[in-house]
Design a binder for this molecule. Structure first.
Ligand code: ZN
Length: 414
């Protein structure tokens, strides 16, 4: 999809342009000028119970080491690294998973909340749900822990920091259901899921930007506040004037990535804030915000990251492009740790690894965690522009099915 001699614009979650006449098969790196959002460039129903029955605050804290920043060394060429060897996989049935629906393209915040409650009721010994913040439009931000509360290590999975990439919420919810269903019988690389998750707890934030997802799915009807609806109308008028954008209002909303304030949350973090910024006002994408960490969703996930016990690494789900980002300004053995992490994800998903191309950070979630010594891989799911159509889902599920378990095993074996 990226071949050809003409420069093509391709939106990864964001919009990436790749292309080039490349003489030989080589690694693709995005030029800084076209890099958009991610790490430097770089998966039997019971009745729901009252929400408070499952709630448990994640209050444990653990020190997080800050990694010193130095010059960015040359990127290792991913194509030269041989695949890692893994034990045989096991057979599973997607149709056996009957809680999280995958027949609807617009998997909503409300559906996610109901499914979290159902999963919590079904698997009370393996799951714990917490609220770690509130969105601009007043929606609770949910984090679910898969595995033991006594685990010394943890992995954080976050998705849908960009509104229109909401299929990743359905994906991470389905992955959660999958791991729960096969908890005692499934395995990764010969290790039972139960053993993996008793050792390393998985914290999943399936929808970090619920307001943005709701706007993309339902337009202005996705907002609860009339004041915010008016604000979004004004943002459209101003943004389309500045950019001379001819996008209709309904299409503008469908393509919404930002939060309800028109701030791109994946540019709102302090590390690299303002770098590459050419948007000075709120919009449906790319505006970094009035100051670093200005948005409640950003502040909440930062707090969550700081509170997780023994956080080893993170996975960030975006769309689209079937690509992986991993690079920030890592050096030395930390860089090797991060690179081997993305190699593992490449071997599992078959997605391409992309590098930073000299622009190490841009205010993203990935920049935040990586600069604090926590490796992150950003997984760009899907092969077509966002919002992804439902036809993409089953393949993406198959491609990403083992990523979370693999991340846990990887860091446990360090
Ligand atoms: Zn994105």
């Amino acid at each position: 999809m990226f071949g050809g001699n003409v420069l093509k614009r391709v939106l990864c979650c964001c919009s990436i342009a790749v292309c080039c006449c490349i003489v030989c098969v080589a690694v693709l790196y995005y030029p800084a000028s076209v890099r958009q959002d991610h790490v430097p460039v770089a998966a039997p129903v019971s009745a729901a119970q009252p929400e408070t029955n499952c709630l448990a605050q994640t209050t444990t804290t653990s020190p997080i080491t800050t990694q010193p920043s130095t010059a960015v060394p040359a990127t290792q060429p991913p194509s030269t690294v041989p695949p890692t060897t893994k034990a045989p996989d096991f057979s599973y049935s997607l149709s056996a998973l009957q809680i999280v629906p995958t027949y609807t393209e617009k998997y909503t915040y409300e559906q996610m909340r109901a499914d979290l409650q159902t999963l919590c009721s079904r698997y009370p010994d393996r799951l714990s749900l917490s609220v770690f913040g509130t969105s601009v439009d007043g929606r609770e931000l949910y984090c679910v822990r898969l595995g033991s509360s006594a685990a010394q290590r943890s992995i954080l999975v976050q998705s849908t920091i960009h509104g229109r990439e909401y299929m990743n919420t359905m994906l991470t919810m389905k992955l959660l259901e999958y791991y729960l269903y096969y908890y005692d019988t499934g395995f990764y690389d010969g290790v039972r899921y139960a053993d993996i998750f008793e050792d390393t707890a998985i914290y999943i934030v399936p929808m970090l930007n619920p307001d943005g997802a709701s706007i993309s799915q339902s337009g202005l009807n996705g907002l609860r506040s009339e004041a915010l609806r008016q604000q979004v109308r004004q943002i459209y008028q101003q943004d389309t004037t500045i950019d001379q954008d001819e996008m209709s209002f309904s299409e503008y909303l469908r393509k919404w990535k930002s939060n309800a304030n028109g701030v791109d949350l994946n540019r709102n973090f302090a590390k690299g804030f303002g770098v590459q910024s050419n948007h000075t006002a709120p919009g449906h994408e790319k505006y970094q915000g009035p100051q670093p960490e200005s948005e409640p969703e950003t502040q909440s996930i930062i707090g969550l990251v700081s509170s997780l016990p023994g956080l080893q690494g993170t996975l960030s789900f975006h769309s689209y492009g079937s690509m992986l980002y991993w690079e920030c300004d890592q050096t030395g053995s930390y860089r090797t740790l991060c690179y081997n992490y993305v190699r593992l994800m490449r071997d599992l998903t078959g997605y391409r690894i992309l590098g930073a191309d000299g622009v190490p950070f841009m205010g993203s979630f990935a920049d935040h965690v990586i600069s604090r010594g926590i490796p992150n891989v950003t997984i760009e799911t899907g092969n077509v522009n966002t919002p992804l159509p439902l036809s993409e889902f089953n393949r993406i599920f198959a491609e990403t099915r083992q990523t979370i378990a693999a991340a846990a095993v990887y860091f446990a074996s360090r």
